[in-house]
Design a protein around this ligand. Structure first.
Ligand code: GDP
Ligand code: K
Ligand code: MG
Length: 268
């Protein structure tokens, strides 16, 4: 049976989409260790469950509530992911999308709030965005259900070839660190994507770090950090990784969206 995780930034329309895609709604209690309600619903169109996760801006948790999402990625088995994205806040939202795509599970993106983006004079070519991101993108209006059936169809069609891992280049120092960490991880019996793990460890994600706990890896990360401090303008690996993603995101947005005349005239 299909297990679909619903992931996105706060206030992007997750609950609206959840209500639209699920018929019966099962209340399962709270996620362990936090007061956040765990919601799992039966998908209407497919034989499967939809799991609503707390809204987060990153897989690097800044609170116990946000840890729910990271722990879910580390410990739960699931089939695929719906990543709901706020079209009017693409730059911020895609920071999470990259980390989700790096995980390597099939992903369909629900591009929500297109009405808000359009009103602000931003037009997004969803097909081009899908091509640049390497994963299906479906424009939706979660509030009234528009496009949500198409999203369900795309979800149903997802398989292991649907989503490509985005090739964000993190610079030679970090990339060399990734290779060394992947080599160390080969000896551990961990059934998680190695490049994703290496990046989360280099970012200093506290949940992933205590999940793996390996002194050899800690030594590699220290070395990477020293090299970055000595040879770049960065003082942390975390910031360098964030900015590498930002550069990639800026290019994707530039290539797949345009400002309308209306927005230009707003400024004159
Ligand atoms: P969540 O916090 O991610 O679960 O998001 P919600 O489903 O609670 O939605 C947050 C707010 O955005 C609510 O006020 C919704 O009515 C609104 N909303 C959801 N989808 C859309 C949309 O496509 N367009 C607009 N303009 N508002 C939306
Ligand atoms: K948001
Ligand atoms: Mg919600």
């Amino acid at each position: 049976m299909m297990q679909t995780a619903l992931v996105g930034n706060p206030n992007t329309g997750k609950t609206s989409l959840f209500n639209y895609l699920t018929g019966s709604y099962e209340y399962v209690g709270n996620w362990s260790g936090v007061t956040v309600e765990k919601k799992v619903g039966k998908l209407k169109s497919v034989h499967g469950d939809l799991i609503d996760l707390p809204g987060v801006y990153s897989l690097y948790p800044l609170s116990k509530d946000e840890s729910v999402v990271t722990q879910f990625f580390l410990n739960e088995s699931f089939t695929n992911i719906i990543n709901i994205v706020d079209a009017s806040q693409l730059e911020r939202n895609l920071q999470l999308t990259i980390q989700i795509l790096e995980f390597g599970r099939p992903v369909v993106i629900g591009l929500n709030m297109v009405d808000v983006a359009n009103r602000r004079g931003l037009e997004i070519d969803d097909q081009l965005l899908a091509k640049k991101l390497g994963t299906p993108v479906v424009p939706i209006t979660a509030r009234n259900g528009k496009g949500c059936n198409d999203l369900a169809v795309q979800l149903n069609a997802l398989d292991n070839t649907s989503s490509k891992i985005p090739y964000v280049y993190y610079g030679k120092i970090v990339e060399d660190g990734i290779i060394r960490i992947i080599q160390i991880l080969e000896d551990e019996k961990i059934d998680l994507p190695k490049r994703w793990l290496a990046l989360q460890l280099l970012e200093g994600n506290p949940d992933v770090t205590s999940f793996i706990k390996n002194d050899q890896i800690t030594a590699v990360i220290d070395e990477v950090e020293q090299k970055i401090k000595a040879t770049t303008s960065y003082t942390t690996i975390t910031r360098l990784i964030f900015d590498s993603r930002k550069q990639w995101i800026d290019q994707v947005i530039q290539e797949s969206s345009r400002e309308t005349e209306q927005s230009k005239s707003n400024w004159t």
